[in-house]
Design a protein around this ligand. Structure first.
Ligand SMILES: *[C@@H]1O[C@H](CO)[C@@H](O)[C@H](O)[C@H]1NC(C)=O
Ligand SMILES: *[C@@H]1O[C@H](CO)[C@@H](O)[C@H](O)[C@H]1NC(C)=O
Ligand SMILES: *[C@@H]1O[C@H](CO)[C@@H](O)[C@H](O)[C@H]1NC(C)=O
Ligand SMILES: *[C@@H]1O[C@H](CO)[C@@H](O)[C@H](O)[C@H]1NC(C)=O
Ligand SMILES: *[C@@H]1O[C@H](CO)[C@@H](O)[C@H](O)[C@H]1NC(C)=O
Length: 347
């Protein structure tokens, strides 16, 4: 009887040790298996702006039809992650830390991610020799996640006729953070002295809700898509969403014309640098608004192109998988600050 009991316990133990082991890995959230044996695993170390989103199911496939791409935010995936992504803001503010004490698995890449311009990234000197890749709106980042991009129109795509009809204002601007020393404020003041500029936003005591934004701008011939920072490739939703989606012609102030030309449609915007003076620009805008034919030429591109806006962090992160094969490896950013400082492209 005693002997039998012992045999039984022995048998139980042989069975239970591996299953307990598996169970412990499971409950600790270890990846005991991949959803797909060839999945690329992206671990987001902390959520941008402390704002978590659901990663239930196969998010990259379910939402964006990107296959073999596992996006996770549980740190226990660290040993099997191909890429670990760190959003700059929280590191700079000190609310999150880099796990420099952890041994990186062979081939794992650490990615620095920021959609802010240089002026808002803080001091990156301390991040020398840590990161293997950059994720940014910049075209020369390892993974480029723009605020928006053009996509060719497909047959059957809904044709939106943003007809330049029902315009009641010549020039509109939406501004919340007005600062006298910004170049955009200087341009606005000079322009406003010449032609009527309708101003919305907190600064003008005329805030627009997100649902009112596009309908309001649609009544303007021109929309001042003036960036708050002038930095290489820094072209935000002010152009992609506010202007292109509303049907006002954007007057842009930001990086040089060549940066815009590289990503935006031909003859779809007016760059402040095209003019030798704000006087000249004011006259040009007035003449254009009075010439229906020439004005409507700024919308011709919509026959062939549509605008895709990126505003969900999950989609941005899933995009890493689509660019995996072109990622350099191995690579180390020995001076991230110098990379961030890079001047606007001359191309
Ligand atoms: C992945 O799994 C499928 C079937 O589930 C198998 O046919 C294939 O060979 C596997 N690929 C690798 C690289 O193991
Ligand atoms: C990602 O790219 C690397 C290098 O090009 C390659 O070795 C690896 O197999 C790729 N991984 C996946 C899951 O495609
Ligand atoms: C223009 O305004 C008129 C009257 O307010 C309205 O009936 C018409 O639908 C508007 N057209 C467009 C293209 O918005
Ligand atoms: C813009 O124009 C150039 C030359 O005029 C042409 O090569 C290019 O394909 C055009 N781009 C688009 C997006 O239409
Ligand atoms: C990533 O950077 C670390 C730290 O500099 C380096 O040791 C590692 O070899 C790099 N890995 C890859 C895949 O580039």
């Amino acid at each position: 009887m005693v002997f039998g009991h012992m045999k039984m316990s022995l048998l139980l133990c042989i069975l239970c040790v591996p299953s307990l082991y598996l169970l412990s890995r499971w409950t600790r959230g270890y990846p005991t298996y991949h959803r797909s044996n060839s999945s690329f695993t992206i671990l987001l170390w902390h959520w941008p702006f402390n704002h978590p989103l659901s990663l239930k199911g196969d998010v990259c496939w379910d939402l964006y039809k990107i296959p073999h791409c596992m996006l996770v935010d549980q740190r226990s995936y660290f040993p099997s992650a191909d890429v670990v992504v760190f959003h700059n803001r929280e590191l700079i503010q000190g609310s999150q830390k880099l796990p420099i004490e952890l041994q990186r698995p062979q081939g794992q890449r650490w990615a620095w991610m920021s959609l802010e311009s240089l002026a808002h990234n803080g001091n990156l000197q301390k991040f020398a020799n840590i990161f293997n890749m950059t994720i940014s709106y910049r075209r020369d980042a390892d993974v480029t996640i723009p605020y928006g991009e053009l996509q060719p129109k497909k047959a059957g795509d809904h044709v939106v006729e943003e007809s330049p009809a029902n315009k009641t204002s010549l020039v509109c601007w939406v501004v919340s953070n007005y600062q006298n020393n910004h170049k955009r404020s200087q341009v606005y003041k000079a322009l406003d002295a010449l032609v009527p500029v309708k101003v919305y936003g907190r600064w003008a005591n005329a805030p627009l809700s997100s649902t009112d934004l596009l309908p309001t701008i649609s009544h303007c011939y021109f929309y001042l898509a003036f960036e708050n920072s002038l930095a290489k490739d820094y072209i935000t939703e002010k152009l992609w969403n506010n202007a292109y989606k509303s049907g006002a012609v954007p007057v842009v102030l930001g990086p040089p014309i060549s940066d815009y030309k590289a990503v935006a449609p031909n003859h779809s915007f007016i760059h402040v640098d095209e003019f030798t003076s704000i006087n000249e620009m004011g006259e040009f805008l007035q003449q254009l608004a009075n010439d229906q034919k020439r004005y409507s030429e700024y919308f011709t591109w919509k026959q062939e192109w549509k605008v895709k806006i990126y505003n969900d962090w999950r989609e941005r992160l899933c995009k890493i998988c689509t660019q995996n094969s072109s990622l350099p490896q191995p690579k180390v950013y020995s001076d991230l600050q110098a990379w961030d400082n890079a001047k606007s492209s001359q191309s």
